[in-house]
Design a protein around this ligand. Sequence first.
Ligand code: XIL
Length: 391
Amino acid sequence: MPKNRLITRRHALHLGLGTLATMGALANSCSLNRQLPVKALDDSEKSERDLMVVRDAPLKDHAAAKGLIYGAAALTYYLKQDEEFAASIAQECGMLVPGLELKWKALRPSPDSFKFGAADWLAEFAQTHGMLFRGHTLVWHQATPKWFKEVLNRQNAEKILLEHIAKVAGHYAGKMHSWDVVNEAIEPDHERSDGLRNSRWLRLLGPDYIDLAFRATAEADPKAMLVYNDYGLDNDTPKDEARRVATLKLLERLKSKGTPVHALGTQAHLWAKDSTALNFKKLKTFLRDVADMGLKILVTELDVKDNHLPQDIQTRDRDVAKAYEDYISAVLEEPAVIAVLTWGLSDRYTWRSHFPRKDKAAVRPLPLDKQMKRKLTWNAMTRAFDQAPVR
Ligand code: XIL
């Protein structure tokens, strides 16, 4: 059977589970009595863009109605201590992604130990709430443990990498919807002809570390969808164009060598009011080129930066929401896109707060606000899902 048909069947299975999960959580959601911002904009703005919603169902339901997955990244620490947040994640999301817990730094306190506790807790949380679970990430140049520096060398790097993947992907085998096997391997600024990042893994093992990682993951978990994940693929800038070109080159190389890669993950950390920098025609052509290789596409880490917008919350939320609606509507025109995941769900917990605004006002990059209330972005997302073609 050709590989892309396998992916389609696997995807159908996962969606089936997701839809069931969705129905369970819909029943729960009624008790949460959430306030929906049905009046999305003031009257003067309504003529410009109507961001009203009509259906008070969780995001995952709007997505699932089109055969899509909606989910978010979250951390064990916050889910454990914040019931309100945990309830919102369970209510809105059909998929859960560990924000930190599966990175080497979290999993590997020492060269010969594995610390699965926090990630296992998340896997259990996902299962309890009928959510799909996805792995992030097996190979990345960041979030590496301190011991890498002293221990890793050309002689042992391959063994250590393969051992890690066998153990970690093996630990979750059969439970993972998908794995970001390799994250952010491209950096055109490093000026290699293949566009690859001059990372520690590349220096120690050469460009084939990527193939090695995919093969090892396929062996450890033959059912998971294996994803190459990267950022900076969105904008109409020479740098992002170079990233798109390098990504296509990498995926083509992997495919031509029979490396088991099934999907591209595009992180999509966007800026609001980026209409000049986003060129949807180019973006869609890129996604089509990826799809033409028989690959699926996941939007893996969507959020929208508001650092440069005026402090006024109404203005900011409207511009952020517009960016969400425009981006999601455009990418969902590509049928190979099967999932839209945000990097966090509520502005209460967002990595973007590590990059504060100059005026110190809290950033608002996500669908729910700090009070766990649905924002205009939530409306924008449901609208984009509702208008998307069925998968
Ligand atoms: C981020 C986490 O959200 C932060 O908490 C952490 O401090 C740094 O990493 N791209 C990725 C994610 O692939 O793993 C990053 O997550 C955000 C950017």
